[in-house]
Design a binder for this molecule. Structure first.
Ligand code: FES
Length: 69
């Protein structure tokens, strides 16, 4: 279960041993974008990507999530 101490979705995934694409980790390169198959995330910065996309280095979960690279 995610808690605020786990950090962003990218941080939490990597800490759990789940490999996700990433690059800059500061919201610039967009290499960490994944599709949200179900659930909802909240971005910590302005994100103008498609509604079903998640910038994992700048987002936290709002509900249970299923993501696809
Ligand atoms: S890792 Fe670069 S925007 Fe997320």
């Amino acid at each position: 279960m995610w808690t605020p101490a786990a950090g962003t979705l990218l941080d939490a995934a990597l800490a759990a041993g789940i490999g996700l694409p990433s690059g800059c980790r500061v919201g610039q390169c967009e290499s960490c974008i994944v599709r949200v198959l179900s659930g909802e995330c909240a971005h910590l910065v302005a994100f103008e990507g498609e509604a079903d996309r998640c910038l994992t280095c700048q987002a936290v979960p709002v509900t249970d999530l299923v993501l696809a690279p």
